[in-house]
Design a binder for this molecule. Structure first.
Ligand SMILES: *Cc1c(COP(=O)(O)O)cnc(C)c1O
Length: 391
């Protein structure tokens, strides 16, 4: 079983929906599925703007976001808070734009005051866009997107605000329009429970307006062509990712059947609380501990656990080779492991993961503060008592 922060576990119904003979490309059911998915996508990010779907991973969506909105020579400010915003910035720097990094801390969120100060200093408004991640999959921080928007507004700065929600979409509350996000980016293989291979870009009014002056547009990724309603293949830039479309439609159905995104967010919160209770239970001053210092910024989809004197590489090896559980290693820091708790997950799956990690910790004689599993079951138990199908 995988418990890494993407690709996540694919529900059987999604797998079944994807395993089908190829339909007619030009009429019939496929066109209905394509139109249905396209119509439902804006709501997934909380926007009335345009949703683009591309046959690429998250890196491809990053490229679509920047190439459609920036002009050569533009300056971009990348808010670091782990690894992924930095990588997005490095990719963007390989185009003709100047990328500046707002230094961050691997153990905490982007500082809104630092962002405001940098934007205030940019009196000539040379910065065309601010890039940030919602949840960073390496550090497991959840940035406060509302606070970052407020910082941009306080500085009175016109930069576009682009947010990578690849790890967090359909796990954590995200309201693109309400939060003032101009461009959002996501991919299929995390909270959306579909195998890797498709990704998404949502564009609000200001981003679509910026598109008119963007001179880095790439033919294949150009929004202008993809905004066309008919024929449908223009929207997909060619043959649609047919199996993925069927899978995604089913994944969106699963979300609806659960009670919509608020119910899904709530389940993620309960399960993440259980993970956090377990880590808290295991923690000791010299051993296990949270990477993210401030509890308010620990994400509901991935948790990075620092291991102190415990050998994280050996721990991961035992989980995988002796127990069949794949956890993530720390990225950029070998002294950590990561538990992905995103997407298709329920209490038996999560408690199985936590109990297996605890067993592996005991097998390496890790110093433990106590049973994390016992603490996690208390959280799940309280949710079960609360009813509402919350866990
Ligand atoms: C997974 C992830 C990416 C990279 O997505 P790919 O599909 O591998 O290109 C980027 N940003 C975040 C926050 C992620 O979690």
């Amino acid at each position: 079983m995988v418990a890494i922060p993407g690709p996540s576990i694919i529900p059987d119904r999604v797998l079944e929906a994807m395993a089908r003979p190829m339909p007619d490309l030009y009429e019939g059911e496929l066109t209905t599925v394509g139109a249905d998915v396209r119509a439902r996508l804006p709501a997934v990010a909380g926007t009335e703007g345009e949703a683009f779907l591309l046959t690429a991973n998250g890196h491809g969506a990053w490229q679509m976001a920047t190439s459609n909105t920036l002009a050569r020579g533009d300056r971009v400010l990348v808010c670091e808070s782990g690894l992924f915003a930095t990588v997005w910035g490095e990719q963007t720097a390989r185009s003709d734009v100047e990328v500046e990094f707002l230094p961050g801390d691997f153990r905490g969120p982007v500082d809104p005051d630092a962002l405001e100060a940098r934007l205030r200093a940019d009196v000539d408004h040379e910065i065309a866009a601010v890039l940030a991640v919602h949840v960073d999959t390496a550090s497991s921080v959840r940035n406060d997107v509302v606070a970052l928007r407020a910082a941009i507004d306080r500085a009175g700065h016109p930069a576009l605000f682009m947010v990578d929600c690849i790890a967090s979409l359909a796990c954590e509350r995200f309201e693109m329009d309400e939060w003032g996000v101009d461009v959002a980016v996501a991919a299929s293989q995390k909270g959306l429970m579909v195998p890797p291979g498709i990704s998404f870009v949502w564009a609000g009014e200001r981003a679509l307006a910026a598109h008119d002056r963007a001179d880095m547009r790439v033919g294949y990724l150009d929004w202008q062509k993809r905004r066309v309603r008919e024929p449908q293949y223009l929207y997909f830039g060619g043959t649609p990712p047919i199996a993925h479309l069927y899978g995604l439609r089913t994944a969106l159905d699963l979300i609806e059947e659960e009670g919509g995104l608020p119910a899904v967010w709530h389940r993620h919160e309960v399960l993440a609380d259980a993970v956090r209770a377990a880590v808290e239970g295991w923690s000791t001053p010299e051993g296990i501990g949270f990477n993210i210092v401030d509890p308010a910024h620990r994400s509901n989809c991935v948790t990075t656990v620092r291991t102190g004197s415990i050998d994280a590489v050996e721990l991961r090896r035992r989980c995988r080779e002796e127990a069949g559980l794949v956890i993530g290693l720390g990225i950029g820091d070998a002294g950590a492991f990561r538990i992905g708790h995103m997407g298709h997950l329920n209490p038996p799956m999560l408690l199985g993961t936590l109990a297996t990690v605890e067993a592996a910790l005991r097998s390496v004689d890790a110093p433990l503060g106590g049973s994390g599993v016992a603490a996690a079951t208390e959280v799940i138990g309280a949710a079960l008592a609360g009813g509402e199908g919350s866990a």
